[in-house]
Ligand binder design. Sequence first.
Ligand code: UDP
Length: 235
Amino acid sequence: MKKQNRVLLKISGEALMGKEKFGHDNTIIDQICEDIKEVYDLGYEVCLVVGGGNICRGVTVAEVGIERATADYMGMLATVINAIAVQSKLESKGLYTRVVSAIPIITIVEQYIRRKAIRHLEKGRIVIFASGTGNPFFTTDTGAVLRAIEMNCSIILKGTQVDGVYSEDPKKNNKAIRYKELSHEDVIKQNISVMDTTAITLAHDNKMPIRIFNIGKSGEFAKVLQNKGNYTTIK
Ligand code: UDP
């Protein structure tokens, strides 16, 4: 049974990078954490999945001759770095958090155990899921859908640099229109590159709605959850 007030926010590594070329942009991380606090204060239980692309992306690393699976493990470790950075920032705002990792790194973060993670949420802790699915050849988008299903979340919000899915690239064509709603099938059939196919298929099979919005816009996370602001819903 889905829990209406339990939501999952997927933050890409790129979002944490803001205007920087690598790593973290403190201003944007601070704003994102402020936005998460706003949602928490509205009474939502918040799950977070963080990406790692600002530090290491498996496909790119593999191009220089590192075996793909190894490169992917490097990528998953990058998500742990991001997770503890976000954790620290959230806690500085008075929130209680836990980082749970699909890959055990027990001196730094907790190991992911589904029932424990649910208990953390019930106790009002923000749970940050690190290491994606824990398996190479997957993405943190797939990790986000998987955890959202496991946690019985009602919706996934994917924070990107754009405020939804457009008919064309809005930066290249100002006549491009933003879709209000798309089906999971539309995204798969039209090959819309908003999430990888594994993630979308998993969401489709488990009737998990996803909303795409601009995470760089302060206050937008809370607005989009309350059906205000700009977004595209995929369901
Ligand atoms: N990764 C993986 N399995 C997972 C999740 C992530 O192997 O379940 C690796 C993969 O190499 C990926 C990297 O971790 O490129 C960082 O994750 P992702 O690219 O999804 O981050 P984002 O694009 O959201 O920043």
